[in-house]
Design a protein around this ligand. Structure first.
Ligand code: IPM
Ligand code: MG
Length: 359
């Protein structure tokens, strides 16, 4: 049966980076059926909602979904449930992509682009496994209410249940086992939370440990626990001490931005959001819509191209084509291909050319 990749270019630099990714897809997987849909602000402008039922249904029916980016100042005044970000959250929730994999990999050609010293980041290869469809992002109740004295109260509910914690923990352990980096200081799985102040964090820590004791211990993958603030600190102090960092939705959001900058450029980093086996994954670059450079042909298409690479690997079962892309991107960098974010002056399409030339 033919495989379908649903492309959701979205807002800002999304369409530009997806355009280059399509060139790569047509080259390495010409039989792949490419479809397009709208999401985020682009969808709001056209249909009055950042995610239509039709788009969600088509996403569910596809083999994988590749998104560009959502959001931008244009929609700042729009009420929350219609903001571009709500489209992305709806897509994540609708596809139940609970496991967000965010690799932070330092291409050696780019080690000097990092804000940290070369020796701290050269060869860095860590992975953040972020729970993506629970926690404070989705907890109820939430809202902003007016108080009798004329002031207001804003509130969100941070919550996690045993099954939500267990399923993401299993993903982290499976992946850590495959990676095999147990000798690092916090190698294997390092689970982070704020168990010192949050009850949902205490439950997180207890349930990760309980599942480990009951079922995962025999895998031989070490388990560490760390407070999220300490993890933020260690990530800039000794990033290579980590391997797989397991985090909830909010801490995973923050720590993955931090980890991305260790590598020199957020413009290089892909991500995969996975559900249970056999269900479509959602792939997106870690960078946002970058409205400041949108439409100028300055964006680095590498993160989107590498997100497609992850789709080939995790959803489409085409690891040969995926390897081919990884190699091509590395080689283009070795030969000096650079967009502005990584210290060069190539345009988005020239960077695409440079990567295509290596395929
Ligand atoms: C991310 C982004 C999103 C998030 C926003 C755009 C809703 O920051 O994917 O990390 O907070 O999850
Ligand atoms: Mg984020």
């Amino acid at each position: 049966m033919s495989q379908t990749l649903l492309l959701l270019p979205g807002d800002g630099i999304g369409p530009e980076v997806i355009e280059q990714t399509v060139r790569v897809a047509e080259k390495v997987a010409p039989d792949l059926n490419l479809e397009y849909g709208a999401v985020g602000g682009a969808s709001y402008d056209e249909y009055g909602t950042p995610l239509t039922e039709d788009t969600l249904n088509r996403a569910k029916a596809s083999s994988a979904v590749l998104m560009g980016a959502v959001g931008g100042p244009k929609w700042d005044g729009v009420e929350r449930q219609h903001r571009p970000e709500a489209g992305l959250l709806g897509l994540r929730k609708g596809l139940d992509t609970y496991a967000n994999l965010r690799p932070a990999l330092c291409f050696s050609a780019l080690a000097d682009a990092s804000a940290l010293k070369r020796e701290l980041v050269e060869g860095l290869d860590i992975l953040i496994v972020r729970e993506l469809v629970g926690g404070v992002y989705f907890g109820q109740p939430k809202g902003i209410e007016a108080l009798p004295d004329g002031t207001r109260r804003g509130f969100d509910n941070a919550e996690y249940s045993t099954p939500e914690i267990h399923r993401i923990t299993r993903v982290a352990f499976d992946i850590a086992k495959g990676r095999g980096n147990f000798g690092r200081k916090w190698g294997g799985v390092c689970s982070v939370e704020k168990s010192n102040v949050m009850d949902s964090g205490l439950l997180w820590k207890q349930e990760v440990q309980a599942l480990y004791d009951a079922e995962l211990k025999d895998m031989g993958v070490p388990l560490h626990h760390m407070l999220a603030d300490a993890c933020a600190m260690q990530l800039v102090r000794e990033p290579k001490g980590f391997d797989v960092i397991l985090a909830d939705n909010l801490f995973g959001d923050i720590l993955s931005d931090e980890a991305s900058m260790l590598t020199g450029s957020i413009g290089m980093l892909p991500s995969a959001s996975l559900s249970d086996a056999g269900k479509p994954g959602l792939y997106e670059p870690v960078h946002g819509s970058a409205p400041d450079i949108a439409g100028q042909g300055k964006a680095n298409p590498s993160a989107a191209i590498l997100s497609f690479e992850m789709a080939l690997r995790w959803s489409l079962n085409r690891s040969d084509a995926a390897d081919e892309i990884t190699r091509a991107v590395g080689q283009a960098l070795e030969k000096g291909a650079r967009t502005g974010d990584i210290g060069g002056s190539l345009s988005t399409s020239q960077m695409g050319d440079a990567i295509l030339a290596e395929l």
